[in-house]
Design a protein. Structure first.
Length: 98
């Protein structure tokens, strides 16, 4: 059962549209926990509903893909399928702002 923090992270992550990405820091700020980017990443790593909570759309602040429970290659492929431009492991474009 998710914690209240995890529920906040999952709700905010659901707002990221297909074909867009947001950073761990942006999610932390959006839930009024600006210093909790690492905790956001940990919560997303425990995401029990990867279909409805698109954690693959969350990237590092330096625009690198970052981690993913199913591996970085799987995350990259999902993002490319959704129309996100990627060069190497770097996302091209501007992150989603909440």
């Amino acid at each position: 059962m998710p914690t209240s923090f995890e529920r906040l992270v999952y709700e905010k992550t659901r707002e990221i549209p297909r074909g867009r990405v947001a950073t761990y820091c942006e999610i932390a700020r959006a839930i009024d926990r600006p210093g909790a980017a690492r905790a956001v990443g940990n919560a997303l790593n425990r995401n029990p509903h990867p279909i409805t909570v698109p954690c693959h759309r969350v990237i590092r602040s330096d625009m690198h893909i970052g981690g993913y429970a199913k591996g970085a290659d799987a995350k990259k492929e999902l993002l490319i399928t959704e129309g996100v431009e990627i060069r190497g492991d770097l996302v091209i474009g501007t992150p989603w702002k909440f």
